[in-house]
Design a protein around this ligand. Structure first.
Ligand SMILES: Nc1ncnc2c1ncn2[C@@H]1O[C@H](COP(=O)(O)OP(=O)(O)OP(=O)(O)O)[C@@H](O)[C@H]1O
Length: 951
């Protein structure tokens, strides 16, 4: 038996390595390791194995033996290890089970598996080698043989150590027996035991396992009673007994060693105790005693001090205690108060709680009722929405159908549009024709009007002035074709509305420019040789002067008809200079209290004619004339002009080629206010002015009435005004009247009477207007006639002188009468009280002798032509002109007709009237006219004066 365990070795245990190699270690610590590296490796592989089997351990790779001890100390790791390797092999108790119990269980299991065990004391404080040895064996048994865990579990009680090299000595006879008895049932056990012996692991098998095996073998041997087997049993038994004996001896030895160790340790401890006892009972020095006494004294002092401190502290403590007690009492009382308050608050809060609960209940009820209401509402809304959605769907359907209808309609519409477009073209074409026809109609109407010679009447409505109430208007309607409806807002009924129709009605917003545009054609006809008369009629303050002159000369925009007309004339004459040479002369007179006065100069007895060559000349002249105009204040208009002003423009044109002459004249008349006397609230001079104005205006009305009825007699001589306008009203002139209207309701009566007058005027037919053009032959004849007239006049004068010389004695008294001028003969610039007053105020003052001279010349003017002074003025400018035949006839007729009421204007010949006078040229003094006519055409008469202001 080579590998048998040596006798005498204290205790031999195999430190099993994973690779199957082993190291022998004696129990007393002497090592016979094959190599330290191998041990380290074995140790590390064990640690690895532990970590692999129980990963929760997480042992460090280089865990020391002490680390392992700490880990394994409580025995749970052992139990877990076994359970992991062989599940269910150990029944674990609670987690707080005793460590010794766990270790005991593990050791029992190791015994059962016949694996080497260790002692619990080794694990606690002894050598860790046996412990590690056991774990190595466990590792080797579960990993190296490749056993299934379950199999191992099942076999663990009967598994033999594989390595039986130590028991090799036992197997010689045993092998023989075994070989002989192969195939018998008992051979299995024998083979196992043999394997165990061969694997030399009998040493590692636990003693109990060995005895169990022995029992079994004996039982089997008794049952079989085989002689051949008995030898093998004997050898096995011998081996087992040897092992057991060895173990027992080992344990006895071990016990001996332990006893020795204990004894050695006991001795050691005893010696130490002695040393300590001697140290404890050692002698003391005297010096030490003294110092100790001093120390005691110091300690006593300190104690006294501390006692004093303690008493002080006690006192302080007492004080603190007292104060604390006081504070405690205060706090207690405060606490009481607070408690009471808190109780109160508690009660309040309880009450509040009660209230709030009540409120909460109320709110709950309210909420319930509200929620019910909301639910109801929700229901209604839902039903509403349902209906709405239904309606919406219906609407969608209808909208779809509508869309289709619209598309259809659009198609139809486009078709219709094309159709109507075609039709419309035809209509447009027709409309164009219609416009042309209308235009033609208008032209024809105008032509008819012109042929008839109707007086044109334009009505102009003044805008409301500042401070006037615009709502109180009497103007009801103005039409574009000259219709006008006025109404009395203060009265109601049918008759309150009155309808009028004129050639044109200009509303309050009409501008000066617009008014003139409709007047311009008339003015242009002057250059064709027509006589034109434009006069403004209306009550005071209705805008007559505004229309005729304008509010101011400075702004061209404000210019009235006067300035615009003259401006236009100048432009026209200048543009046609190459064909016709024009001369323009201007006169300006006023008729004030039935007296005619020159407004442009005071040193000439007649109405002076002023040659003008530009608009500037005219402006200057008119400025002078306006300043000289009599202006009197009345209750109606602070600057009311109380006279009629007449601006006369005479144009003579000579055709450069034919030498034919044409003459035209324009009379622009700004009449005085047409209101009734009582309304002007005037007396004295002003009353007289008003009476004269009314008289002259009614004379104008009479003339118009006579003309309208085509009476044989027209009473031109009833007033200076009608005399002045005679040619314009009845001499085939073109006449335009501006009827000025005041829109306020207070002037309704005046407005109606003004409009009635205008209506009558518009019905007057003057006959077709005639142009005054004279050919060369006519002019020669006219000159001959003029010469003859001059000769007759001379003879008349001689005759007159002769008669005067003869009858001078007979009519001595009547001479006196001639010396005092009759009012009629001073009609032009007569020395009326007003005239002298104006002279004083405006620089037009004349001395008494001047006045007399002027009266004389004025009377001469009246004597020469009582019918119309304007014609006389015209002739004074262009003396070669003779009256047209109709006019002379008419004048004669008028003179005859005026024998009755207008006698006051009739000329009474005076002895000194034989003196030639310019004014006499127009009628009776034809000889003078003939003489004058010999003068060059471009020269004005002596009455043409330079411009001068009457200042
Ligand atoms: N179309 C108009 N636009 C603005 N203001 C106007 C118009 N017509 C007249 N007026 C103003 O009305 C007032 C009276 O006008 P205007 O003096 O012209 O009246 P009249 O009829 O000439 O008066 P009278 O008879 O007293 O001379 C003036 O202050 C004038 O500026």
């Amino acid at each position: 038996m080579n590998n048998r365990i040596k006798e005498g070795s204290s205790m031999i245990c195999a430190y099993g390595r994973s690779d199957g190699s082993s190291s022998i270690m004696s129990f007393d610590g002497s090592e016979t390791r094959q190599s330290t590296d191998d041990n380290k490796q074995a140790h590390q592989s064990l640690v690895e194995w532990l970590n692999e089997t129980l990963p929760y351990l997480k042992l460090p790779w280089e865990a020391s033996e002490e680390d392992l001890r700490a880990c394994l100390m409580d025995g749970t790791v052992f139990c877990n290890l076994l359970n992991q390797l062989s599940p269910g092999s150990l029944k674990m108790g609670g987690s707080f089970e005793l460590a010794s119990l766990n270790i005991e269980r593990f050791l029992t299991a190791m015994d059962e598996m016949a694996l080497p065990r260790f002692e619990a004391s080794d694990l606690q404080q002894g050598d860790m080698v046996p412990v590690l040895q056991s774990l190595k064996a466990l590792k080797a048994s579960f990993s190296d043989n490749g056993y299934d865990k379950n199999t191992l579990c099942a076999m663990r009680r009967w598994s033999w150590p594989e390595d039986h090299s130590n028991l090799k000595g036992l197997d010689s006879n045993f092998n023989d027996g075994l070989q002989l008895k192969e195939g018998s049932e008992i051979n299995i056990s024998h083979a196992k035991i043999l394997d165990l012996l061969k694997s030399n692991n009998l040493q590692n098998t636990s003693t109990r396992s060995l005895f169990d095996m022995l029992d079994k073998l004996l039982d089997e041997s008794v049952q079989k009673m085989n002689v051949d087997v008995s030898h093998a049993f004997a050898s096995i038994l011998r081996g087992i007994v040897e092992v057991v004996e060895q173990r027992i001896s080992n344990q006895a030895e071990n016990l001996k060693n332990q006893n020795i160790l204990f004894r050695v340790r006991e001795e050691k401890y005893r010696s130490r105790i002695k040393v300590l006892e001697t140290l404890a009972s050692g002698t003391t020095d005297e010096k030490e005693l003294v110092s100790e006494e001093q120390d005691v004294l110091q300690l006593k002092k300190e104690r006294e001090r501390r006692d004093a401190d303690i008493s002080k502290l006690k006192q302080e403590l007492e004080l603190v205690k007292e104060t604390h007690e006081e504070q405690f009492l205060n706090l207690e009382s405060n606490a009481q108060i607070a408690k009471i308050e808190l109780e109160k608050q508690l009660k309040d809060s309880e009450l509040r709680v009660v209230e709030s609960t009540e409120k909460a209940k109320e709110l709950e009820n309210l909420w319930e009722t509200k929620s019910k209401r909301w639910e109801k509402k929700e229901q209604t809304y839902k039903s509403f929405i349902y209906h709405q959605t239904e309606a919406l769907q219906e609407l969608r359907a209808t909208s779809m159908s509508l869309k289709q209808e619209v598309l259809k309609a659009r198609e139809n519409y486009y078709q219709d549009l094309n159709y109507y477009g075609l039709k419309l073209r035809g209509v447009v074409h027709a409309a164009k024709n219609y416009q042309v026809v209308v235009e033609e109609n208008r032209k024809l109407y105008n032509e008819v009007q012109e042929l008839k010679g109707n007086i044109r009447v334009y009505c102009r409505i003044r805008p409301f002035l500042e401070g006037q109430n615009k709502s109180e208007t009497s103007i009801e309607y103005t039409g574009e074709n000259g219709e006008l409806v006025v109404a009395n807002p203060l009265m109601q009924g049918k008759d309150t509305h009155r309808f009028f129709k004129f050639n044109k009605v200009f509303g309050p917003a009409s501008t000066q420019e617009e008014v003139f545009l409709d007047t311009r054609p008339l003015i242009r006809s002057i250059l064709d040789g027509y006589n034109v008369c434009i006069f403004a009629y209306g009550q005071t303050g209705s805008g007559k002067t505004y229309t005729m002159s304008g509010p101011s000369i400075n702004s061209e925009e404000d210019w009235g008809v006067n300035y615009r007309a003259l401006n236009d004339l100048f432009h026209l004459t200048q543009s046609s200079q190459n064909t016709v040479m024009y001369e323009v002369g201007v006169q300006m007179v006023e008729i004030y209290n039935e007296q005619v006065r020159d407004l442009l100069s005071d040193d000439v007895p007649d109405a002076s004619m002023h040659c003008v060559r530009s608009t500037e000349d005219v402006l200057e002249l008119m400025d002078i004339g306006l300043m000289n105009r009599a202006v009197g204040a009345t209750a109606l208009n602070a600057k009311s002009s109380r006279s009629h002003s007449v601006l006369s423009v005479h144009v003579r044109g000579v055709d450069v080629k034919t030498d034919s002459i044409l003459r035209g004249s324009l009379h622009l008349v700004d009449l005085a206010g047409s209101e009734r006397v009582d309304r002007s609230e005037v007396t004295g001079d002003r009353l007289r002015e008003a009476q004269h104005i009314n008289k002259s205006l009614s004379a104008l009305g009479d003339v118009i009435f006579a003309l309208a009825h085509k009476n044989p007699h027209v009473p031109y001589r009833n007033s200076k005004l009608t005399q002045v306008l005679q040619n314009s009203l009845g001499g085939q002139a073109k006449t335009l009247m501006f009827v000025q209207i005041n829109p306020d309701e207070g002037s309704y009566a005046e407005t109606v009477s003004t409009l009635k007058f205008a209506e009558r005027v518009s019905g007057v037919e003057l006959g077709a207007a005639r142009s005054y053009k004279e050919g060369r032959d006519v002019r020669q004849l006219m000159e001959q006639v003029s010469n003859l007239k001059d000769m007759i006049a001379k003879k008349d004068e001689d005759l007159q002188k002769f008669q005067n010389v003869n009858g001078i004695q007979k009519r001595g008294l009547s001479n006196l009468r001639f010396e005092s001028p009759s009012p009629r003969r001073h009609s032009l610039g007569g020395a009326s009280p007003n005239a002298s007053r104006r002279k004083q105020g405006s620089g037009l003052l004349r001395t008494t002798s001047d006045s007399a001279r002027h009266n004389e010349s004025s009377s001469k003017f009246s004597e020469t032509d009582g019918s119309i002074s304007s014609r006389a003025m015209e002739l004074s400018l262009f003396p070669e002109t003779s009256n047209p035949p109709e006019m002379s006839e008419q004048s004669e007729q008028s003179e005859k007709a005026n024998a009755g009421p207008s006698k006051s204007l009739k000329h009474t010949p005076r002895p000194d009237q034989t003196r030639p006078s310019r004014l006499s040229i127009s009628t009776s003094s034809s000889s003078k006219a003939l003489t004058s006519s010999k003068r060059p055409i471009n020269g004005f008469s002596s009455s043409v004066k330079p411009l001068s202001r009457k200042r």
